[in-house]
Design a binder for this molecule. Structure first.
Ligand code: NI
Length: 254
């Protein structure tokens, strides 16, 4: 079975249907999902959701969109939320230069949360868009705080950056975008070590082919697994087995 390593079921487009979505997990080959916080509300919500469903885990953290508005009290609350036994990572955190959030503030928020994750012995989930060199520099400078694993979620970078991030031995998750026409990612996916490959939906976003135009849910994860199997010349079952093992190892889920 598959694990959706990155879902936002609490998004307003999905949250009223969570019981029905989770009820359909098994018949869509989904073993569990990880609910990702991006701001204070969704981090608090992720912990509550994980407490309500056996097969949902949580990550808590502040996405770069919070960089200009977060307070030190927010960081303290993230630390408190992270003590819940269903919280398996700090994230999503990162750098996003596609939008206009202040870059200095983004870097500062990212570094604070990398250090926080280390103090809590948790891995970090990285959101990275149009900021590869600054990310590389920060991760080099703060490498001593990355001891529990690092995941680049929805990785859209180059094969070259995979080589340059190799000093971290990171995990990479791929989602529905790899199924889009004119977005052949096979060469990049092949560059990821088999024991570092993970699946995600990032739902409600990035709905895979053949359901584009619909709202995404973890129940579409099999289409991502099928595409990766095709790209790597492996069977669906092999992809399911390795990505599920990798995801449990990364998040330390027994
Ligand atoms: Ni996300």
């Amino acid at each position: 079975m598959l694990i959706d390593s990155h879902a936002h079921l609490l998004d307003e487009r999905l949250r009223d249907n969570i019981p029905a979505i989770v009820a359909d997990f098994a018949k869509n080959d989904v073993e569990m999902s990880v609910e990702i916080g991006a701001d204070m509300d969704s981090s608090r919500g992720a912990v509550k959701l994980a407490d309500s469903y056996k097969n949902i885990y949580a990550a808590v953290g502040l996405h770069p969109e919070s960089a200009e508005s977060f307070s030190e009290d927010d960081i303290k609350e993230i630390a408190m939320l992270a003590k819940n036994s269903k919280v398996v990572a700090i994230g999503e955190i990162g750098l996003d230069y596609h939008y206009d959030y202040d870059k200095t503030a983004q870097k500062s928020l990212l570094i604070k949360q990398i250090i926080l994750a280390d103090s809590l012995n948790l891995p970090v989930i990285i959101h990275l868009r149009d900021a590869y060199l600054d990310m590389e520099n920060i991760l080099k400078e703060y490498k001593k705080y990355i001891n529990n694993g690092i995941l680049f979620h929805c990785y859209s970078g180059s094969r070259e950056m995979i080589d340059r991030f190799a000093f971290l031995d990171p995990y990479y998750a791929f989602g529905g975008a790899i199924t889009f026409k004119n977005n052949n990612r096979a060469e990049v996916i092949k560059a990821v070590k088999k024991d570092r490959l993970m699946l995600e939906t990032d739902c409600p976003y990035l709905t895979p082919v053949p359901h584009r135009g619909e709202i995404n849910t973890p129940n579409n994860l099999k289409f991502v697994a099928e595409r990766i199997a095709l790209d790597l010349g492996m069977s669906y079952d092999e992809i399911a087995k390795i990505t599920t093992e990798n995801t449990k190892r990364f998040y330390n889920i027994k």
